[in-house]
Design a protein around this ligand. Structure first.
Ligand SMILES: [Zn+2]
Ligand SMILES: [Zn+2]
Length: 274
């Protein structure tokens, strides 16, 4: 039986998603001076990512590569301009790292990209790892979008596509309550996850799972766990429908400072390393 509606073309959906993130970053930057520099930097990265995504799509169609994934040559040739962009326009500490990575020589890049792509069990810690994962992110979204994910009954706390930890949560209205889903810190896959359950250690006693909010970001919850001392931020779309979770997560950096001052460690840092 044919499908009722033709499948939605990936690129159209994804393009508008990048643009939404960029516009949201610009609008939040104008409102929150403390996050303006990071958001402006994020917007530049997101523009590059969108562009790279489109070129990867094209490369996949052309299938020019003799061995390895057809997108590999495009990835490798895009890394230098990416590093230049960050070196020239990123915040000082990241710019230096990009500059050094660029000078490390093209010959080492394929292995380095591969290492970052495959380092699933070890969350990124070094600025050069975050920087590289941000570069690879559109590729991860691209590959994931072509693989049907089996999410029915999926209850784990790790990403169903790349097995990394979630970087944030999203809450949506459902009936009288809210439904929580988690977003992968790398490939941005989204999957449902029980609300009263720690994605870090599986704690399910609500008394050990305090939730904090602050007036400035009333639609973002800091969901903590007193058992494993981690936290994750969840963006409540039922309270703020215009939020772009990935971007609002970056903008709400005062909540991270607060949580960390109170002894909680972020479950997985975002790709700006925050
Ligand atoms: Zn993932
Ligand atoms: Zn926990």
């Amino acid at each position: 039986m044919p499908p009722l509606a033709p499948p939605v073309h990936n690129r159209r959906v994804t393009q508008s998603r990048w643009q939404q993130r960029i516009q949201r970053a610009e609008s939040l930057a104008a409102r929150h001076a403390f996050a303006a520099e990071m958001l402006a930097f994020y917007a530049k990265i997101a523009r590059f990512q969108e562009n790279l995504y489109q070129r990867l799509e094209q490369a996949a169609k052309n299938k020019v590569s003799a061995s390895g994934p057809p997108e590999l040559p495009e990835l490798l040739s895009s890394f230098a301009p990416y590093l230049s962009l960050v070196a020239e326009q990123g915040p000082a500490h990241v710019a230096t790292v990009a500059h050094d990575l660029k000078n490390s020589g093209k010959n080492s890049w394929q292995e380095w990209l591969n290492d970052c792509w495959s380092a699933v069990e070890q969350p990124p810690a070094e600025p050069r790892e975050f920087l590289t994962l941000a570069f690879l992110q559109p590729y991860a979204e691209f590959v994931r979008s072509r693989v049907p994910l089996q999410l029915d009954g999926y209850t784990h706390s790790l990403c169903p596509f790349c097995s990394r930890k979630p970087g944030l949560g999203v809450l949506r209205q459902q009936g009288d309550g809210g439904r929580r889903s988690l977003l992968c810190a790398f490939c941005l896959a989204e999957w449902d996850f029980r609300r009263i359950l720690c994605p870090g250690c599986g704690e399910e006693d609500y008394k050990r799972l305090p939730v904090y909010t602050a007036e400035e970001f009333a639609y973002i919850r800091v969901e903590c766990c007193d058992s494993c001392k981690t936290y994750i931020k969840s963006v409540d779309l039922s309270k703020h429908g215009l939020a772009e979770p990935v971007v609002d997560e970056i903008a709400s950096v005062p909540l991270d400072l607060w949580a960390q001052e109170h002894g909680y460690a972020k479950l997985h840092l975002n790709l700006l390393g925050m």
